[in-house]
Design a protein around this ligand. Structure first.
Ligand SMILES: Nc1ncnc2c1ncn2[C@@H]1O[C@H](COP(=O)(O)OP(=O)(O)OP(=O)(O)O)[C@@H](O)[C@H]1O
Ligand SMILES: [Mg+2]
Length: 310
């Protein structure tokens, strides 16, 4: 396939359930080889979007393409090179990991069964493949789910909350596994999460969904730099705020006590201090505020909640 064709592309993808618009004219593209994070709080519409991409839910309006194929016309062709986990994958607890994968492989058809030993190794279950799934830990079951998604060597992995229910160590393992699949096996990964910390560490780009609508999208680094700020402890906070607000590269200010928070890239600190010095304003302390994706996300979702009330 042409590498410039997006692996996933949606066109005003929309799903309504009676009066609720769960997914509202959503547009995004996922490029080949990237790990793309689909982020949003509970009920944002993540699973509904994924279910539409996989043909489990029919869109009310709009459309999508997977690997260049329209999901309304060529779903089965589109999904031939896609592996997916939606919600927690179900296995037969009284059968071994290997036998469970065999069942999936048979549904898949072809000779995907031969790849089972390699897949078990990839997901770190070598040596446990013959044990019954009922004896697996949550983390092992989740990794077996990823193994099932890898059957047939798909180009694209669609993972709905792949770290759901895992402890921090299990999450870390899953994250490393996903990153490795992208970096070493050239897989494109589309994963949903409500855990910002997770997405921040594993994804190249993210999209933030809230109440069915996209509220931000872009490179993780770019989203984070937008949120960077400087804080100054200074005597005349009000005057300092007035002075810096006049600089056109300052996005805004807030203050509390003798601390002034200025929305600006920390790289601007020398220019900012020079501007203050020109008014004989000299801070006692200057510190950068490095936001996490989590705080960006909370800011954005709060804004859109306020927007709804207005
Ligand atoms: N079959 C359905 N019938 C009616 N409403 C539905 C249906 N499926 C989902 N919804 C609603 O659509 C909205 C989006 O749900 P969805 O499961 O896509 O959210 P999500 O982002 O995956 O949330 P979570 O993080 O909790 O998994 C919710 O308000 C949900 O109640
Ligand atoms: Mg969900």
């Amino acid at each position: 396939m042409d590498t410039s064709t997006p692996v996933i592309r949606t066109y005003d993808l929309t799903k309504r359930f009676k009066r609720l618009t769960a997914v509202d004219e959503v547009n995004f593209e996922v490029n080949q080889g990237e790990v793309f994070g689909f982020l949003g709080p509970n009920g944002a519409g993540k699973t509904t979007t994924i279910a539409m991409l996989l043909g489990l839910v029919r869109p009310t309006a709009g459309s999508a393409e997977i690997l260049g194929h329209d999901i309304r016309r060529d779903l089965s062709i589109a999904l031939r090179r896609v592996g997916a986990i939606v919600e927690t994958p179900a296995f037969y607890p009284y059968m071994s990991g290997i036998d469970n994968l065999r069942v999936f492989a048979r549904i898949d058809g072809g000779d995907t069964e031969k790849s089972i030993p390699t897949i078990l190794e990839q997901v770190g279950l070598e040596g446990r493949g013959k044990d019954k799934v009922g004896t697996y830990s949550q983390g092992m079951r989740q990794r077996l789910g990823l193994g099932a998604a890898l059957l047939g060597d798909p180009e694209l992995l669609i993972l709905d909350e792949p770290t759901n229910g895992l402890d921090p160590a299990g999450m870390q393992e899953m994250r490393i596994l996903i990153r490795r699949l992208a970096d070493e096996k050239r897989k494109t990964v589309f994963l949903s999460s409500h855990l910002l910390h997770e997405v921040e560490q594993v994804c190249d780009r993210v999209l933030i969904l809230n109440k069915g609508q996209i509220i931000a999208q872009g490179e993780v680094k770019a989203l984070l730099s937008q949120a960077h700020a400087l804080e100054l402890r200074i005597e005349d906070v009000e005057l300092a705020a007035e002075v810096v607000s006049k600089l056109d590269w300052v996005q805004g200010t807030t203050h509390e006590g003798d601390w002034l928070r200025i929305q600006v890239s920390p790289e601007r600190a020398p220019e900012l201090l020079a501007a203050l010095a020109a008014h004989s304003l000299f801070p006692f302390e200057v510190r950068p505020v490095v936001s996490t994706l989590e705080s960006v996300f909370l800011d954005l979702t709060n804004e859109s909640v306020e927007g709804m009330d207005a």
